[in-house]
Design a binder for this molecule. Sequence first.
Ligand code: PBG
Length: 338
Amino acid sequence: MTNAPDGSQGRFPTTRLRRLRYHPAVRRLTRRTRLAADQLVWPLFVRPGRGLRREISAMPGNYQVSPDVLAEQVAEAGCLGLGGVILFGIPEKKDATGSDALSPTGIIAEAIRQAKAAAPDVLLITDLCFCEYTDHGQCGVPGEQTGRRDVDNDATLARLAEQAVVHARAGADVIAPSGMMDGMVGAIREALDVAGFAHVPIMSYAAKYASSFYGPFREAAESAPQWGDRRSYQMDPAAAAEQALREVELDLAEGADMVMVKPALAYLDVIRLVRDRWPGVPLAAYNVSGEFSMVKAAAQRGWLDERNVVLESLTAIRRAGADVILTYWAPDVARWLE
Ligand code: PBG
């Protein structure tokens, strides 16, 4: 029996795929997918105060911290060689319009300044959305144009544009809009350019699904919607996977520099579709809070080996086609890889 010309169709016993597996060095030699600390982004939560470090109960090992503690975490990210951090601000006072998000002295602006001062070389990505800042927890301005209580798309765009400039002025290196408003990337790009920040890239949460895997995050950011849900703007998990391609295509046309698929593990098919369609576009995947918490909980009970499950999961996300992974395990993984 002989191998087929492409080498893949061989029959037993000429082709024995275990020959690639017997020797550990052959396994290592023939690996394609690698994990590296500099492709990981660590999500961090900041709220007003000093010396504050409040553990998020559903996400053991993750904290809401004050800007001074955040600055230490960002410096730590630098020491560990992480690709960057992504910041989420939680103001003390939330209101209907999320005004803290637009204030140059608001929590996120303050946090960006302190983090930049402490660790100027660490890439600071900022999540751009209103759900952490509004008392109703929706990702924009409420409106009823559709006949239902909902988020007013175009009224929200103007505020997102303003918010992006606040982040850039404070020192954000990359702006990451996560609100899934139509036209958000274009509105933000234009505002940044006009304000003198044409050099600041946008990492768009382009294909973001209305997912129950965000549950623990909503405790972390205190951002659970007080009415309704997010299904009129985040994608339907059961929609054609190719709808994600339309989202990505629009965001790229509007000026997105990097795009994201979120969540990661239940959407590996979407990551692969986007990767195949745009081989040249930097693609990020968000290994979200629920993906973190379920492994953590099982590991705490001794049901799963945390380190191995995490490395396997992140490898799968990379193999599906992601260049960058946002993950709460970023610092742990950096240490494991050392
Ligand atoms: C804000 C935002 C959310 C997440 C990232 N940015 C929450 C949401 O859309 O409800 C979720 C992250 C996670 O679950 O880890 N819009």
